[in-house]
Ligand binder design. Structure first.
Ligand SMILES: NC(=O)c1ccc[n+]([C@@H]2O[C@H](COP(=O)([O-])OP(=O)(O)OC[C@H]3O[C@@H](n4cnc5c(N)ncnc54)[C@H](O)[C@@H]3O)[C@@H](O)[C@H]2O)c1
Length: 258
């Protein structure tokens, strides 16, 4: 097989949550560049459409829809939209996520906060897996990629809820790999280290960045394209015998906040 074919997603349909910005947008763009038809979803149609416009301008194929992953009806509508527009779902990127940044003082957060973080980081990915898997099985090609975090393995103050939700996401994938493998579906997680997005900018101070870089052998923070590259690897035929794994993409280091 030629190298190009190992990364070729021509004829495949990809669904991405939170595709209007940051890592999700980078995933949409790289999957479209590899030939996939991409369903870009986000909280507003304007955000999703902006990513679609860039993909189409670059010669790719994409369609925009609204999906707030905190709303169960939106999850159903997202998969229905993909099937209606492109006929099936082959690749699912559970990217939309919230929390972290060292803002979770255990005495200040309440149960509603914890439920919200688990709803977006664990329940929504679980439910989208469940909704998409039958189409993947029927189509004969299925790859699910969840965007986890270095926080799933780090230990930091004020990060217990975000960190544990992402750890749950890792375990969800490694266990579902056993359920989905016989259906011809792979499921893997990508765990970004600190990556230059709007979400990171909201918590990054020069002091925090200096601490992170001190623990980062490659001496820079991540870029969206670093994470998107790992997502492409898991989405594409090159990783045909890889499932249940978590790949940390983190400049080789630890990048704790502390
Ligand atoms: N940036 C980092 O340093 C970093 C590190 C580790 C993990 N992550 C993970 O990467 C993922 C993406 O993070 P990012 O930094 O690109 O964030 P971002 O804030 O730059 O982009 C997130 C996108 O998701 C959308 N979104 C937010 N809530 C949503 C919801 N309820 N339903 C659907 N979409 C929603 C936003 O509108 C936005 O377009 C998250 O799961 C995050 O936990 C990011």
């Amino acid at each position: 097989m030629k190298t190009e074919a190992l990364f070729d997603l021509t004829g495949k349909v990809a669904v991405v949550t939170g595709g209007g910005d940051g890592i999700g947008k980078g995933c949409c763009e790289i999957l479209a560049a590899a030939g996939a038809s991409v369903v870009v979803s986000d909280l507003t149609i304007e955000k999703a459409q902006a990513t679609v416009d860039e993909i189409v301008k670059a010669g790719g194929n994409a369609a925009a829809t609204v999906c707030n992953v905190l709303k169960e009806e939106d999850l159903y509508a997202l998969i229905d939209f993909a099937v209606k527009i492109y006929g099936t779902v082959n690749i699912l990127v559970n990217n939309a996520g919230l929390g972290g940044g060292g803002r979770e003082n255990p005495y200040k957060i309440d149960r509603a906060y914890v439920e919200r973080i688990y709803a977006i980081n664990v329940f929504a990915p679980w439910e989208l897996c469940k909704l998409a898997a039958p189409y993947m099985q029927k189509s004969g090609y299925g790859s699910i990629i969840n965007i986890s975090s270095m926080s799933s393995i780090n230990n930091d103050p004020n990060m217990a809820i975000y960190g544990s939700s992402k750890a749950a996401l890792n375990h969800l994938a490694s266990n579902l790999a056993f359920d989905y493998g016989p259906m011809g579906i792979r499921i893997n997680n990508v765990g970004p280290g600190a990556t230059g997005t709007r979400a990171l900018a909201s918590v990054l101070t020069p002091e925090i960045e200096a601490k992170m870089l001190a623990h980062t052998p490659l001496k820079r923070l991540g870029e969206v394209s670093d994470i998107a590259g790992a997502v492409l690897y898991f989405a594409a035929p090159i990783s045909a015998w890889v499932s249940g794994q978590v790949l940390m993409v983190n400049g080789g280091g630890v990048q704790t906040l502390d």
